[in-house]
Design a protein around this ligand. Structure first.
Ligand code: LLP
Length: 417
């Protein structure tokens, strides 16, 4: 199934195995809930982007949108695969630096970068994707006072809004992000008049979990019409993944069509930048939970209660996101419909509204698929529950890349004046 890590299989004990590791052993060794990330899937996804571009459009760069999943080990791995990083905060920048990603491959995003974050970005020498005129003014002032040159792109609101199943194109999209198209020329003029700012190009990001190539082709048209002579066009991220097993056109198909469109433009040939997040890490991650209890409300439904929920995966409660799961410790055909509920003090804390599973017994292990993107990165300590650990698996080995939080971690910043 294309919503599972590439290495997922059922082993001869009937257990789910990822990266050559038996998930029941992982649960024993590291506890649950547990985020498991499959190294091979992440690397494969990086290579799909890098190798397609290398053969079809070498003047290009892939930068991983670190907001999807940010920690030192994962950023080291994507750097090892030749990707740069999109950072959207001082914290993500700090992690990218720690992972050894060079400044020439880091793009600093965000619609409200603080002066401190701007100083940190300039000091390291990263490129800035400027969101608005106030940031432009701050960058000009701060770069002058630090006596440093800064390469900048402008984020443009292209007037396209793309979602999973549809996209719309309007003259004016109501969004906090980016410059309106009509503002681009004056922003470029300010940058060109500045001694410290070097304008290199434009950026747009049209949405997330997009499964349709057409909005990207329109984005190319719009950016080309606004960026005459720009050295670089950054087309953002947003390519979707399969959550429930639905078909998703492969990344090379997206890239080839976009490149075809770019090559058909004869006025200029910019460097192309892509910044995928979800399509690099989403499919690589699963979350393991222990089911403690099944509550049967006769005639209504059966609740399978797991030991995590909305704090390790807030996407169902935030976006109504849907997930697929299996019982990982027994290979039996699904036959009973359950609602998978979390352990948090909120009725809406439901991970999966309805799913058919084998009959669940106490202490069964549940594996939820496609949790690699925007799960850990949006996790919280709601109810003062420590965040789960994350392990990376590959070739039969599991290494911890994020430690499980402890109660001590939870009270670390508390002050009792
Ligand atoms: N570039 C920019 C400027 C972005 O804002 C984003 C995501 C990306 C790239 C990467 O997009 P991706 O390839 O991952 O779709 N929390 C939501 C997703 C928010 C996406 C925000 N921006 C979720 O869980 O679905």
């Amino acid at each position: 199934m294309n919503n599972r890590p590439l290495t997922a299989k059922i082993n001869d004990k009937g257990h789910l195995e990822i990266g050559g590791c038996d998930t029941t052993e992982l649960a024993k060794q590291f506890g649950t809930p547990l985020y498991v990330l499959d190294e091979l899937t992440v690397r494969h996804n990086c290579r799909q982007y890098v190798s397609t571009l290398k053969s079809k459009y070498p003047d290009s760069l892939v930068i991983y949108a670190s907001k999807a999943l940010c920690n030192t080990a994962i950023l080291k791995m994507i750097a090892d695969e030749g990707l740069g990083a999109d950072v959207s905060s001082g914290g993500e920048l700090f992690t990218a630096k720690k992972a050894g990603i060079g400044p020439e491959k880091i793009y600093f995003h965000g619609n409200n970068k603080s002066r401190k974050e701007i100083e940190e970005g300039i000091a390291y020498g990263v490129k800035f994707v400027v969101d608005n005129f106030r940031e432009l003014k701050n960058l000009d002032e701060i770069s002058s006072s630090m006596d440093k040159q800064v390469e900048i792109l402008f984020r443009v609101n292209p007037g396209i809004e793309a979602h999973t199943h549809e996209f719309i194109q309007t003259g004016k999209i109501d969004s906090k992000f980016g410059l309106q198209k009509s503002e681009v020329a004056s922003a470029v003029k300010i940058a060109k008049d500045s001694k410290r700012l070097d304008f290199i190009g434009l950026h747009a990001h049209i949405g997330s979990q997009i499964l349709d190539i057409d909005p990207y082709l329109i984005e190319v048209d719009i950016l080309f019409s606004l960026a005459e002579g720009a050295k670089e066009l950054n087309l953002g991220g947003g390519w979707g993944i399969s959550y429930l097993g639905e078909e998703v056109p492969p990344v090379p198909e997206l890239l080839e069509k976009v490149i075809g469109k770019v090559k058909a433009k004869k006025n200029f040939a910019p460097r192309l930048v892509f910044e995928p997040g979800r399509s690099i890490v989403g499919q690589a991650g699963i979350t393991l939970y222990t089911v403690s209890y099944v509550k049967d409300i006769p005639g209504i439904r059966k609740y399978a209660m797991v030991d995590g929920g909305m704090s390790d995966n807030p996407r169902p409660i935030l976006y109504d996101a849907r997930y697929d799961a299996v019982v990982a410790n027994r290979n039996e055909a699904p036959k009973i419909t359950y609602r998978v509920a979390g352990r948090f003090c909120e009725s809406g804390d439901v991970l999966i509204k309805e799913i058919k599973l084998p009959e669940i017994k106490e202490d069964d292990l549940l594996a939820v698929f496609a949790t690699g993107a925007y799960n850990y990165s949006m996790s919280s300590n709601y109810n003062r529950v420590p965040r789960p650990a994350m392990v990376m698996v590959g070739n039969g080995k599991a290494v911890s890349i994020i430690k499980r939080e402890t109660y001590e971690n939870l009270v670390e910043e508390d002050l009792c004046p």
